[in-house]
Design a protein around this ligand. Structure first.
Ligand SMILES: NC(=O)c1ccc[n+]([C@@H]2O[C@H](COP(=O)([O-])OP(=O)(O)OC[C@H]3O[C@@H](n4cnc5c(N)ncnc54)[C@H](O)[C@@H]3O)[C@@H](O)[C@H]2O)c1
Length: 254
C-alpha cells in the first residue's frame, strides 16, 4: 500500500457491504480518514472496526441516503470532525426484484420503483448537492458514483435498476460539467458482476443464478471482487486521475 490519500477525508455510502466496504478499506489503507455511511448501522460499524483494526481511521454513520436532512447533517458532521471533505463515493444501492413469473416491466410495482429511485438516484444527488460546497472549500477533490453496466443497456430483469444507473451516468457528467472548473473530478464506475453474499436467496436466482449466467458469458478468467473496484476508485479519487492544474492543486495532491 502507498499513502495516496494521506490527509484526505472521504465519505463512502453503502460501505457496510461488498464494494463499498472494499473501497472504504482501501481508501483508509491509503491514508484517508473514512466516513462509513450505511443504512445498516451494524454493517457500517463492522467496516469501521475492520479499518481501525488495520490501523486506519474511520467513523461509522447510520445514514439513509434518501433522507436529505440526514445527508446534510452527516456531511456537515464529517467535515467538522476532520476539518473538511475531499472525496465522496455515492455507492449505496437499494434493489428490488420482480417475483418469479412476473413481467419485469408490465407488472412493476410503483412503490418499489419509487424507493429505488429515491435511494439510488436522489440519494446520490443529495450527496453531490451537500458535498460539493465542502469539496470546493477544500480546494477540490473527487466524487465517484457507483453505476453499472446495466445503466448502459436495456435491463431485462430490473428495468428500474438500469434506469437508475443511466440517471447516475447523467448525474456524473452533469457534476463534472458544472463543477470541473472548481477542481471537482466526477466519475462513474460501472462494474459487471461483483458477487455479494445473499444473492442466491433472491427468488429469481433460484431459476438461474446470475453468477452462473455470468460465468458462462464472461471473458475474464475469474469473477470480479470488491478489491478490483476499490483499485479503480482509488485511482479516480487520487490526483493520479487529474488532468488539469485546478484538479492537481496542492489541496488535492495525492
Ligand atoms: N455487486 C455487483 O455486481 C454490482 C454490479 C454493478 C454495479 N454495482 C453497484 O455498486 C454499488 C455497490 O454494490 P454492492 O453489490 O456492493 O451492494 P450491496 O448490496 O452489497 O451493498 C449495498 C449497501 O448499501 C446499503 N444501503 C441500502 N440502502 C441504503 C440507504 N438508503 N442509505 C444508505 N445505505 C443504504 C446497504 O445496507 C448495503 O450495505 C451499488 O451502487 C451497485 O448498484 C454492483
Amino acid at each position: 500500500m502507498t499513502d495516496r490519500l494521506a490527509g484526505k477525508v472521504a465519505i463512502v455510502t453503502g460501505a457496510g457491504s461488498n464494494i463499498g466496504r472494499g473501497v472504504a478499506l482501501r481508501f483508509a489503507a491509503e491514508g484517508a480518514r473514512v466516513a462509513v455511511a450505511d443504512i445498516a448501522r451494524e454493517s457500517g460499524e463492522e467496516t469501521a472496526a475492520l479499518i481501525a483494526a488495520a490501523g486506519g481511521q474511520a467513523h461509522a454513520y447510520a445514514l439513509d441516503v434518501s433522507d436529505e436532512a440526514a445527508v446534510l447533517e452527516t456531511i456537515g458532521d464529517v467535515a467538522a470532525r476532520w476539518g473538511g471533505l475531499h472525496i465522496l463515493h455515492n455507492n449505496a444501492v437499494y434493489r428490488t426484484f420482480a417475483a418469479p413469473g412476473a413481467h419485469p416491466l408490465l407488472d412493476f410495482d410503483a412503490g418499489n420503483w419509487r424507493r429505488e429511485f429515491d435511494v439510488n438516484v436522489l440519494g446520490a444527488a443529495f450527496g453531490c448537492k451537500h458535498a460539493i460546497p465542502h469539496i470546493v472549500k477544500a480546494g477540490g477533490g473527487a466524487i465517484l458514483n457507483s453505476s453499472s453496466v446495466n445503466g448502459l443497456v436495456g435491463d431485462l430483469h430490473r428495468p428500474q435498476y438500469g434506469m437508475c444507473k443511466a440517471a447516475i451516468n447523467n448525474l456524473t457528467m452533469t457534476v463534472a460539467a458544472l463543477h470541473g472548473r472548481q477542481g471537482i473530478r466526477c466519475n462513474a464506475i460501472a462494474p459487471g458482476n461483483i458477487p455479494r453474499g445473499g444473492i442466491d436467496a433472491h427468488p429469481w436466482a433460484k431459476l438461474d443464478s446470475p453468477y452462473a449466467v455470468a460465468d458462462r458469458h464472461q471473458i475474464a478468467p475469474r469473477r470480479g471482487v470488491p478489491e478490483d473496484i476499490a483499485a479503480l476508485a482509488l485511482f479516480l479519487a487520487s490526483t493520479r486521475a487529474a488532468s488539469s492544474p485546478a484538479a492537481s492543486s496542492p489541496a488535492t495532491a495525492g
